[in-house]
Design a protein around this ligand. Structure first.
Ligand code: PHE
Ligand code: ZN
Length: 854
C-alpha cells in the first residue's frame, strides 16, 4: 500500500488498496515478564497460510521493538527487519511462530502500546499500538483468540476475557472471543476495586469491577450504576447480552483519549469514570454516564462485529455514538440531549467539514489513522445513522439491526455490509444514501415558500461547497422533518418527513385555511445548514409555539445569533424583542429548567465568527467578544429586579444528586448567577462559593468570580483545597484561562505553563491549559498573536513526547482562513514554524500540512 512519495514523506494508505492478510491466525499466546524499562514479551502464534492468497507475503508489523529471538516450529529463524516490521520465509503449511521482544514501558510517553502511568502498567492498542508490543499482523480484519500470562509482582494483573489461573507472581487470562489486536489490553499495578455483579436476562452471572488507585475507591459508585444501566438497556433495546464471566474497568490518569473498549477490560481516562459530588460537576457526571455506556455498547458494535480496515472506523464509532445518545435520551431528557448534541456538532463538526480538514465519514486515504478519530467520523457518523433510521422508520431500523447482529457476528465489516442489511431488511435502495459516507462537507439547504388558494409549497435547494479532493458533489438524500403551524399557533400539520433526493425539489401541502408558519428540520433531522430568509417575528412565534422542542430552541438560537450579528455589523442595540422573549422564557416556570438554561445560553463566539464568515464578512474576535458582553450586560440590567428571586427559586438545596432534573436546575441557576454577578460585583457568587457543598456550585461560583476579576482569593483557596486532586486541578488550570479577558488570556496561560503542577506528560493537564487557550476565542485570536505563538511553542514541545495528542490539538488552527489577513499571516507563521521543526512526528506533519495546504 505504498505511495510513490519521496522517502522522507510519510506513506499514504488508500481504501482502494485493501488486500486481505495471506494467513489465518489460529491462536495467540502471549507471556509478559514485566519490568519498567525492559519488559519481555514472548509470543507464540499459530499461522495457517490461506490457499490462493492475493498477497502471500509474511509481513508482521512491529515498531520500537528489540527482537531477542524468533523461531518457526521450534527452529530459530532470522527475519528481515524494517522500520515498520519484519518479513520472513515461512512454510506453506500451518506453523507456529515464536518471538521474544523487549520493550520499554517507562520510556513510552506517547501512551500507545504498553506504558506506565503512576507506576501502573497499562496498554492502548487502538488503532495501531499493538505493533509496539510485539510483531503481529496488526490490522482489524485479523481476528484470533488470545491466551495471556502476566508475570510480575504487582498485586493486580488483568487482561481480556476470563481469568484462568493465578499464583505468586503470575496470572493467566483467556479470551474465547476472536478479536483483532487493537482490542488487546493488559493492566498491572497495585490497584483496588469497587466490585459488583450483574445477572444477564438469560441468567448468566457477571462479575463487575472498577479498578482504581488506592484512595479513589469512593469515586466508583456512579460509574458502576451507569454500567449496570447500560447492560440492562442494551438487553432491552437491542437484545444484546454480555458474553464473558467478568467485566473490568480500569481508571488511568495518563490517557490520550476518553476511554477504550478493549474486550472485557475497558480502560478509562480517570476523568471519564471517577465521580464524587465534591470533585465532579454535573457536566462530568453526564459525560461519565455517556462514556461508560459508549464503551460498554462497543462490546457488540465494535468488538463482536468489528471493522475490516480503519477506513471503516465510523462503522463502529458512528453506530456506538448513536446508541449512547439513544441511551442518554432514555435516561435523561430526549430534547435536552438532542439540543446539546446539535450545539456540539456545530461547534466541532461543522468547522471541520467546512475547512481544510474536511473528510467524509468514511475517508478514502490517510497517513496517520490516529488523525481520523474526528467529530466527522464519530458525530457525523452518528447523524448519518439517525437519518437512516428516520428514512426506514423505527421498525425498519430494528429489523436491520437484528439482521446486522445475526449476519455479521464475529466478522470484520464494511459500510457496504452495513447498508446491505438495511436494504435487505427494508427493501430500500440505498445507493444514493451512501453518498453521506463518501462525500465530505455540510450541505446548505435553502428554502423558498409560496401559498395560494389553500396550497402551500416549500421548495428546497441543496448545495455543498467543494472540500479537499472533492470539487463537485452530487445531491444527497435529505430527510427533512416538517410541521406546519397556523396563525394562532396551533399545529395544522404534525411532523412529517419529506425525502429530498434532487438538487432542487418542491413539496406541496393542500387544504390549508391560511398561510402556515413552517417548522423545518424538526429534531434536526439532517446535519445540514438551513438557510431560510425569515423575520425575527416569525422566529419569536416559533419560539413561543412550536411543538417540536428542538425547533423551539432553534428559533431562539437564531434570534440570538441575528441579534448579535446586527450589533456587530450595524452597531445595533441588543434586539428588544429578543430580550423580551428571553425574559418571558426565563420566568416561565412551566418550562423545563434544563431547556430554559439552553435557551439562555448564548451562541458561542466561535459560532458567531463562523456565521459571519458564512455571510461573507470577516469576523473580528474582539468585536464579537464585546457584543457578547454588551448583550449579557443589557440582559442582566433589564432583569435586575427579578434576578435575586430567580436565583433563589432555582437554587437546589439538600444533598447533591446528579439526576437530570437537579442538573437542569443547577445549570439554569448558574446562568442566573452569572447575570447577577454583573450587577452585584460578585457578592452572591462569593456567598455561593463559601456555602457550596458540591463541585458544581463551587465551580460555578468561582467561574463567575474569575470572570468578574473578583476571584483571586477564592482561586487561591480552591488551589489550597484541591492541589492534591489531579482532576480538580485540571479544572483550576482551565478555568483561569477560559474566564480571562482577551488581552490577558495568553499571558495567564503562559504563566500557568510555568506552574509546578503543569506537565507535558499528562494529556489531561495539557488539554486543560492549551484547550482552554484555544477555546477562549477572543483571547486565542487576540491581534498580538500571543495566543497562536504560545500554542505553537507548546505543540512543538509536546510533539517530542506525545505525537497523538499534539496532532489532535493542531485542529485549533483549522478555522484560520475565516479571519483577516493579519491574523492569517500570524497563524501561517506559527503553522510553518511547527511544520519546520526537526524530527516532527508523522501525526503532526500530516495535520499541519493539511491545514496549511487548503
Ligand atoms: N475507540 C475509543 C472509543 O471511541 C476511542 C479511542 C481511540 C481510544 C483511539 C484510544 C485510542 O471509545
Ligand atoms: Zn467509541
Amino acid at each position: 500500500m505504498k505511495d510513490a512519495a519521496p522517502a522522507s514523506a510519510p506513506e499514504t494508505f488508500y481504501l482502494k488498496d485493501y488486500t486481505p492478510f495471506g494467513f489465518e491466525v489460529v491462536s495467540v499466546e502471549l507471556t509478559f515478564r514485566l519490568a519498567p524499562n525492559a519488559t519481555r514479551v514472548i509470543s507464540k502464534i499459530r499461522f495457517s497460510p490461506k490457499p490462493g492468497a492475493a498477497d502471500p507475503t509474511f509481513f508482521l508489523h512491529g515498531e520500537e521493538l528489540t527482537l531477542i529471538r524468533a523461531a518457526i516450529d521450534g527452529t530459530e529463524v532470522t527475519p528481515t527487519l524494517t522500520d515498520t516490521g519484519l518479513t520472513c520465509d515461512v512454510p506453506d503449511t500451518p506453523f507456529t511462530w515464536e518471538a521474544e521482544v523487549e520493550i520499554d514501558p517507562e520510556g513510552n510517553t506517547a501512551l500507545e502500546g504498553l506504558y506506565m502511568s503512576n507506576g501502573m502498567y497499562c496498554t492502548q492498542c487502538e488503532a495501531e499500538g499493538f505493533r509496539k508490543i510485539t510483531y503481529y499482523p496488526d490490522r482489524p480484519d485479523v481476528m484470533s483468540t488470545f491466551k495471556v500470562r502476566i508475570e510480575g509482582d504487582e498485586k493486580v494483573k488483568l487482561s481480556n476475557g476470563n481469568p484462568t489461573g493465578n499464583g505468586a507472581g503470575w496470572a493467566e487470562w483467556h479470551d474465547p472471543w476472536p478479536k483483532p489486536a487493537y482490542l488487546f489490553a493488559l493492566v498491572a499495578g497495585d490497584l483496588v476495586n469497587h466490585p459488583d455483579s450483574f445477572t444477564t436476562r438469560s441468567g448468566k452471572e457477571v462479575e463487575l469491577n472498577i479498578w482504581v488507585r488506592p484512595g479513589d475507591e469512593g469515586k466508583c459508585a456512579f460509574g458502576m450504576e451507569a454500567l449496570k444501566k447500560s447492560m440492562t438497556w442494551d438487553e432491552e433495546v437491542y437484545g444484546r447480552e454480555y458474553d464473558l464471566d467478568i467485566f473490568n474497568i480500569v481508571a488511568v490518569d495518563d490517557f490520550n483519549m476518553g476511554a477504550m473498549e478493549n474486550k472485557g477490560l475497558n480502560i478509562f481516562n480517570s476523568s471519564c469514570v471517577l465521580a464524587s459530588p465534591d470533585t465532579s460537576t454535573d457536566a462530568n457526571y453526564e459525560r461519565i454516564e455517556a462514556i461508560i455506556a459508549h464503551e460498554y455498547f462497543h462490546n457488540w458494535t465494535g468488538n463482536r462485529i468489528t471493522c475490516r480496515d480503519w477506513f471503516q472506523l465510523c462503522l463502529k464509532e458512528g453506530l456506538t455514538v448513536f446508541r449512547d445518545a439513544q441511551f442518554t435520551a432514555d435516561m435523561r431528557s430526549a430534547p435536552v440531549k438532542r439540543i446539546s448534541d446539535v450545539i456540539d456538532l456545530r461547534a466541532r463538526q461543522f468547522p471541520e467539514d467546512g475547512g481544510p480538514l474536511a473528510h467524509p465519514p468514511r475517508p478514502e486515504q490517510f497517513q496517520e489513522i490516529n488523525n481520523f478519530y474526528t467529530a466527522t467520523v464519530y458525530e457525523k457518523g452518528a447523524e448519518v445513522i439517525g437519518m437512516l433510521k428516520r428514512l426506514v422508520g423505527d421498525d425498519g431500523y430494528s429489523k436491520a439491526l437484528d439482521l446486522y447482529f445475526d449476519r455479521h457476528d464475529g466478522q470484520a465489516c464494511t459500510i457496504e455490509d452495513w447498508l446491505k442489511v438495511f436494504e435487505d431488511a427494508t427493501g430500500r435502495d440505498l445507493t444514493q444514501f451512501k453518498l453521506w459516507y463518501s462525500q465530505a462537507g455540510t450541505p446548505r439547504l435553502s428554502v423558498e415558500e409560496s401559498y395560494q388558494d389553500g396550497t402551500y409549497t416549500l421548495t428546497f435547494e441543496q448545495k455543498t461547497a467543494p472540500t479537499p479532493g472533492q470539487p463537485d458533489k452530487a445531491p444527497r438524500v435529505i430527510p427533512i422533518a416538517v410541521g406546519l403551524l397556523g396563525p394562532n399557533g396551533d399545529e395544522v400539520l404534525p411532523t412529517q418527513v419529506l425525502e429530498m433526493t434532487e438538487g432542487k425539489q418542491s413539496f406541496t401541502f393542500e387544504g390549508l385555511a391560511a398561510k402556515p408558519v413552517p417548522s423545518i428540520l424538526r429534531e434536526f433531522s439532517a446535519p445540514v445548514i438551513l438557510e431560510r430568509e425569515t423575520t425575527n417575528s416569525e422566529r419569536a412565534f416559533l419560539l413561543a409555539h412550536d411543538t417540536d422542542p428542538f425547533n423551539r430552541w432553534e428559533a431562539g438560537n437564531a434570534l440570538a445569533r441575528e441579534a448579535r450579528i446586527a450589533m456587530i455589523l450595524d452597531g445595533a442595540a441588543p434586539d428588544a424583542d429578543y430580550l423580551d422573549a428571553l425574559q418571558k422564557m426565563l420566568r416561565d416556570d412551566d418550562l423545563d429548567p434544563a431547556f430554559r438554561a439552553l435557551v439562555l445560553s448564548p451562541p458561542s463566539q466561535s459560532n458567531i465568527a463562523q456565521a459571519l464568515h458564512e455571510h461573507g464578512h470577516t469576523p473580528d474576535p474582539q468585536q464579537i467578544h464585546d457584543a457578547a458582553e454588551t448583550f449579557a450586560q443589557t440582559l442582566a440590567e433589564q432583569l435586575a429586579d427579578s434576578l435575586p428571586r430567580l436565583y433563589a427559586a432555582t437554587t437546589v438545596d439538600g444533598p447533591y444528586s446528579p439526576d437530570a432534573v437537579s442538573t437542569g436546575k443547577r445549570d439554569l441557576n448558574a446562568r442566573i448567577l452569572s447575570l447577577l454577578t454583573r450587577l452585584d460585583g460578585g457578592q452572591q457568587a462569593a456567598r455561593q462559593y463559601e456555602a457550596a457543598d458540591n463541585m458544581t456550585q463551587q465551580y460555578a461560583a468561582l467561574s463567575c468570580l474569575l470572570k468578574a476579576e473578583k476571584g483571586a482569593a477564592q482561586s487561591q483557596a480552591f488551589y489550597d483545597q484541591w492541589k492534591g486532586d489531579r482532576l480538580v486541578m485540571d479544572k483550576w488550570f482551565a478555568l483561569q484561562i477560559a474566564t480571562a479577558a482577551p488581552e490577558a488570556a495568553a499571558q495567564i496561560a503562559q504563566d500557568l505553563t510555568g506552574h509546578a503542577l503543569f506537565t507535558l506528560k499528562n494529556p489531561n493537564r495539557f488539554r486543560a491549559v492549551m484547550g482552554a487557550m484555544a477555546g477562549n476565542h477572543a483571547g486565542f485570536h487576540h491581534a498580538s498573536g500571543a495566543g497562536y505563538r504560545l500554542l505553537a511553542e507548546n505543540l512543538i514541545a509536546l510533539d517530542k513526547l506525545n505525537p497523538q495528542t499534539t496532532a489532535r490539538m493542531c485542529a485549533a488552527f483549522q478555522t484560520w482562513r475565516r479571519y483577516d489577513a493579519d491574523r492569517q499571516a500570524l497563524i501561517r507563521e506559527q503553522l510553518q514554524r511547527i511544520a519546520g521543526t526537526d524530527g516532527l512526528s508523522r501525526d503532526t506533519t500530516e495535520m499541519v500540512t493539511r491545514i496549511l495546504d487548503a
